[in-house]
Write a protein that binds this ligand. Structure first.
Ligand code: FES
Length: 178
């Protein structure tokens, strides 16, 4: 039988952001975004993007703030954060390296590419999930299909898309990360 401890808080997988508050400019941007939709909840994703652009990631407080603003339950916002890989649940490095590991890229060398990037960034190539280098410069992670299966292996460095990434090409991409 499962024991229930009603006084224990439910663990929340999102990071806490102590002192969370929105500057007036961001709040004005949020109001402007909401005004574009006939139903407030339709602005959920746009608000999440605005939060991420400002804070760098989506915290528990940001989810709760958006939910209250849109008259939703936090779970309605949280499920978006966990569904869309472009939404970060924790801060990422200055350069966010995303390596596709779905079938074509996997067969095309994605695991070797990921390992190479991790080694160059001083990260553990066998660790699970996104990892960020100690200096905050790089975050490396696997993602699912980036919709360019014919040019495997593919990766993204922030918003830039790279196809057919050999180790040499990966080195050139890293060299551009100043
Ligand atoms: S499998 Fe990598 S882009 Fe589709």
């Amino acid at each position: 039988m499962i024991e229930v401890h009603p006084t224990e808080p439910i663990p929340n997988p999102l990071l806490d952001q102590p002192g969370f508050s929105l500057p007036a400019t961001l709040e004005a941007e949020v109001d402007e975004l909401i005004a574009h939709y006939p139903q407030k909840r339709s602005a959920s994703l746009m608000l999440l993007h605005a939060m991420q652009e400002h804070f760098g990631y989506i915290s528990r407080q940001a989810v709760e703030w958006i939910a209250a603003k849109l008259a939703l339950q936090p779970i309605n916002v949280y499920e978006l954060v966990t569904f869309y890989p472009m939404l970060h649940q924790r801060p990422v490095g200055k350069y966010h390296l995303r390596v596709c590991r779905t079938l074509s890229c996997s067969l095309g060398g994605a695991y070797k590419l990921h390992e190479h990037l991790c080694e160059k960034a001083g990260l553990d190539p066998h660790a699970r999930g996104p990892q960020t280098s100690g200096d905050g410069k790089y975050t490396v992670e696997f993602v699912e299909c980036l919709a360019s299966c014919g040019t495997a292996p593919v990766m993204m460095c922030n918003d830039a898309f790279h196809e057919g990434v050999s180790e040499e090409k990966a080195d050139a991409i890293l060299a551009e990360c100043k």
